[in-house]
Write a new protein. Structure first.
Length: 278
């Protein structure tokens, strides 16, 4: 059994660790609230924009615009969202696992987040760009990624643009998801009565402006969702760590009391034994 001094030192160490994890939990909770509000505001806008695209696709179902044409012979571009910091549970590991399942060796990768960049550097992925320290307000960075992806697509170097992000379900559930952004899926009928929408300019011309805007909006919306999931996952991980620290401290305090009681019992036994010897 460890000595009382060793146990007492471990109790102090666990207490210090608990203070750190508790502070990180509170910081993550604050960031989660902020990110969630921004995500929900942007999600509504992205939803309306997607409905508009779907309505226009109904009227352009016979179009041969490059943004609508499939070519599975070419590699895909996968934009992967990861975190810059750790201590967020299985958040990054789940993303990496899905990437390993879905990615083809010939696919190109653009990764956001230093954790993802470091992970891919140790593997044989074709990473063409990596961005670090992009926060939830980094729309310009996301727009730059969208422009880079569109350039590769219009030059015919890739046949598909996909994004791998973490979907925020609730404060306890976060699901990695791979979604295809380009080519845009043609719609035979709209989800609502907006089929009668009148839009200008007519024909394929509107897609030249609308699709890049649509791509940037969706990429930013998914980035906000990913950052919200990251902070939610970190809050949960730090909450679990704090709970574990409290449980370990209770166990150590019990061991300390047992060691102290054993020492007192031994002293009493020695005193009684010495008295009897007299």
């Amino acid at each position: 059994m460890a000595s009382k001094l060793e146990i007492k030192n471990r109790i102090r160490s666990v207490e210090s660790t608990k203070k750190i994890t508790r502070a990180m939990q509170l910081v993550a909770a604050s960031k989660l609230k902020k990110c969630k509000g921004r995500m929900e505001e942007n999600r509504e806008y992205a939803g309306y924009l997607k409905e508009s695209i779907d309505s226009i696709m109904v009227n352009l179902s016979n179009s041969t615009h490059p943004y609508l044409m499939h070519d599975d012979r070419k590699p895909s571009l996968i934009i992967v969202y990861t975190s810059d910091m750790g201590l967020c549970g299985g958040y990054n590991a789940n993303t990496f696992h899905l990437l390993e399942e879905k990615a083809d060796p010939k696919d190109f990768i653009i990764v956001l987040g230093s954790r993802g960049a470091a992970w891919m550097k140790r593997r044989s992925y074709q990473v063409i760009d990596a961005l670090n320290a992009v926060d939830e307000e980094g729309y310009e960075d996301i727009a730059g990624v969208a422009d880079q992806a569109l350039k590769l697509y219009t030059e015919g170097k890739i046949g598909k643009i996909q994004v791998l992000y973490t979907r925020f379900v609730n404060s306890m559930t976060f699901e990695p998801h791979l979604e295809t952004l380009l080519p845009v899926e043609k719609k035979e009928e709209a989800a609502s009565s907006s089929q009668d929408m009148i839009f200008e300019p007519q024909g394929d011309t509107i897609l030249d402006t609308l699709i890049p805007m649509f791509l940037k909006s969706l990429l930013y919306s998914y980035w906000l969702e990913t950052k919200t999931s990251e902070n939610g996952s970190r809050q949960n991980a730090m909450e679990n760590a704090t709970d574990n620290a409290e449980e370990l401290r209770d166990q150590l305090e019990l061991s300390f009391n047992q060691a102290r009681q054993a020492a007192i019992t031994q002293e009493i036994t020695e005193i009684v034994g010495g008295a009897n010897a007299l």
